[in-house]
Write a protein that binds this ligand. Structure first.
Ligand SMILES: NC(=O)c1ccc[n+]([C@@H]2O[C@H](COP(=O)([O-])OP(=O)(O)OC[C@H]3O[C@@H](n4cnc5c(N)ncnc54)[C@H](OP(=O)(O)O)[C@@H]3O)[C@@H](O)[C@H]2O)c1
Length: 220
């Protein structure tokens, strides 16, 4: 199975959510999230041009996280959206049922198997169009993260650390030192820029009342 990365924003107490939504509104971090999850790195874009297949990344998320995304922003554009729910009929009465960029999976393993199959062979999305999955991201929420951090296939955790403690009712699981190494600030920044193949703002970023930093954990 190919590896995946977790993307999350958490406060100092690992809080990630409140009342089904995000506890903060950070425009710069939203933009970073959109970039890191959408970008197909040039070497892979060039490869895709050769065979005429569009490369896209996959975002796997829990059903509650899917529902937390405002309807006008879902499915997440230019990404293959996989929603995990125990209800195999979840999309039956919803418009996304027939959207080729949306899929339902009844467990994280089923979701990973599905996206891996579309990494290996393209998925037809229209009579003459096909997509092929490049990178795989697990984007929440806490239930899916709890399972995801334990997977040996989770290679990186891209964690935006908000330097505050905010009211939250949903939390990111413990990141065990035996499983992941937090890269020192400079090394994490270099890793991010190499991963994204573009400049990324380093150090502490300020937005409104918040300060935050993009941090990187690598699986040991
Ligand atoms: N700060 C961040 O970066 C970030 C990122 C994402 C989300 N969030 C926040 O996190 C909160 C949502 O997280 P959450 O933990 O409540 O929900 P979640 O993990 O997004 O979704 C939970 C749902 O996923 C399905 N599910 C979970 N484990 C499953 C399994 N093993 N097999 C099959 N289905 C499974 C179930 O759906 P069914 O009930 O349909 O069976 C479950 O109710 C929100 O507040 C959101 O804003 C924050």
């Amino acid at each position: 199975m190919r590896s995946f990365s977790i993307v999350v924003a958490a406060d100092l107490a690992s809080g990630i959510g409140l009342k089904g939504g995000l506890p903060w509104r950070l425009r710069k971090d939203m933009s970073f999230f959109a970039k890191i999850t959408s970008k197909v790195v040039p070497i892979n874009v060039d490869a895709s041009k050769q065979d005429g297949i569009q490369k896209v990344n996959a975002c796997i998320m829990g059903r509650r996280t899917w529902e937390s995304i405002p309807a006008k922003f879902r499915p997440l554009a230019s990404r293959f959206n996989v929603i995990v729910s125990r209800d195999p009929h979840y999309f039956d009465d919803k418009p996304e049922k027939t959207n080729p960029m949306v899929a339902l999976a009844t467990s994280l393993d089923v979701a990973l198997d599905l996206v891996e199959s579309h990494q290996q062979s393209p998925k037809t999305i229209a009579s003459s169009d096909a997509i092929q999955i490049d990178r795989i991201f697990l984007i929440g929420g806490s239930q899916l993260y709890a399972e995801g951090v334990q997977s040996k296939h989770c290679a990186n955790i891209f964690l935006t650390r908000i330097q505050a403690t905010v009211e939250c009712d949903t939390f990111f699981p413990e990141i065990k030192e035996s499983d992941y190494r937090l890269l020192p600030s400079e090394e994490g920044h270099t890793f991010l820029e190499t991963f994204m193949q573009e400049p990324v703002q380093g150090g502490v970023i300020e937005e409104g009342a918040y300060k935050f930093e993009y941090t990187v954990y690598n699986r040991v």
